[in-house]
Structure formats: C-alpha cells, structure tokens
Design a protein around this ligand. Sequence first.
Ligand SMILES: [Fe+2]
Length: 304
Amino acid sequence: MPQTLTATRTAGIAGFSGCNPTQDRRTTRLAYEPLDAPFGVVVRGVEWSDGPPDPQIVDELRRAMRRHLLLVLRGQRSPNHDEANAFWRGFGPLVMETPDGQFHYNRFSTEKAVNNVMRNKAGGNLVVAGDDGMVELGWHQDQSHKPQFKTISLLENVTFGEGAVPTAFRDMYTVCELLPREVRAKLEGKQGIFLDPRLPLPDKLPRLCDAMHPVISSHPESGRRAVFGSDWTTYRIAGMSEAESAETLAWLRDFALANAPYYEHFWQEGDICVWDNFGVQHRRDPQPPGIERTMRLFEGVAES
Ligand SMILES: [Fe+2]
C-alpha cells in the first residue's frame, strides 16, 4: 500500500531524509504518495488563486520534480486559465510569453480547430479524440524542434472513457547514464539537427535546421544530462555522414526502448500530470474510434 507522507522542508521531497537540517520546519499543505512505478509521485493539496503561488510551494514542487520527474496532481479542482497561468508562472516564464512559444502555440488563441483533435474552448485548449479516434504519438519532448527548451509540460484529464489509451512516460536521464562508454565518447559534443515536423522537409522548404541541441544535453537549471531528441524532430546528427547519423539515431532509439525506466499513466478524471519535459519523454498509442478521451493543454513553462 502506498505510503502517504506530508512533506516538510527538513524532510525534503516526499519525506526523503538528508536535506539541509538547518532549514526551517514549516509544513506545507501538500501530501505525496509515490506511484508504483520507477518514477512519479501523486501530489495532493495544490490550490489555485489569481495571484502568484506561495514561494514555499514552488520550491517544494521544484524539488519534487527533480526527485520524481513526474508529478500527478490529484484531487484538486480544475484551475481556470488565469489561475493556471498565475500558478505556473511562478516556475518560470510561460511558453506563451516567449518568442518560441508565441510561434508554436499561437494557434491556441483562436476558436478554430487546429486539426481533427485539437480544439480551443473558453479557458482551455483541448485535445479531443475525434470520430476517427487518434493516431499514435511517438516518443518526444514537447517543443524539441524549438531553440528554447521547454522545461515543464502539463496535461489535465477531462474525460477518460473505458478503453482510452494511457499516456506513457520514460526517463531519458537514466538512458544517458546507461550509455556505454564508447557511445558516450562518440556522442559528446555532437549536435542534433532538429526540424519542425509540421513543416516540409528541407528539400521542399530549404533550410539548415529549425533548432540545434546537443545529442546529450544538460538541463538548463540542474545541469543533469539526458539524451535529447525524438524520431520525428531529430533530423540527423551534424558532423556525421547521412548513413552514420541514421545508424546512430536508430541505435539510440533501440537503446532507449530497451533501457528507459517506463511508466504508463491511466488517467483519473481531473488528474494534472506535470513533468520534466527535458529529461522525460512521453507518447501514446493510437486509439480506435468511439472512445472518449479529452485532455486539456496548458502553455507550460519555458527555460528559466
Ligand atoms: Fe507532447
């Protein structure tokens, strides 16, 4: 049975000991319940307001994110758009407040459907399983084809019908740490060439790249290193022949599949998943028609 713990500053994250004992002993209202998974924790007690969040709550959730990579906020009411923005702005600039984000997410601000699954509704942007179901979404970090890292991603469940597909997460920090020494040596300093999958390839729309990131990148705040990139945004590795790049990317894909700590989240209504979008990738299977599945997107937090 999962253990429910009340976090204190001295106890650190979810009761893990070893944090600085000179910190004060105030207790926040948050409670933690580790998932039965290699990473991730359920967090209860988050509250919303129109104002900036309590710095102690921000500090505690930041620490929890470092420790657990994935937070499942559960049992809270659904925040309105302004409350969500006010809360997550406490963690860094919202993606919509950066040039990259305005470009990437500008379609959120219209009432028009972006495609058959993404719809804008007052106060929220919804991903809705359409009449044809949903196509597979492969492993990725959100916005990896943009120059600026998006460090936090968020999704809220609105409806999750019988047979709806889970969202899967995997830990790319551990993938990086498990790389064989010779592979790591070969990849050190190598830059990935990233393309926006929604745009034509360079033979149709000539350009060198949409972004470049090291194949082994460092988290902009913690410095922790992860294998960064995905099948549908990493076009090739600079400084390698086309064949060597393709072979290396295929090897990395297989290595990640075999080695990444992995968790499938079957959503409970109202769950808000918040994850380290730098070191954690997500995906979902295709979903057949006739099953309700509606998720709400937030703008999230860019590199701060
Ligand atoms: Fe995504």
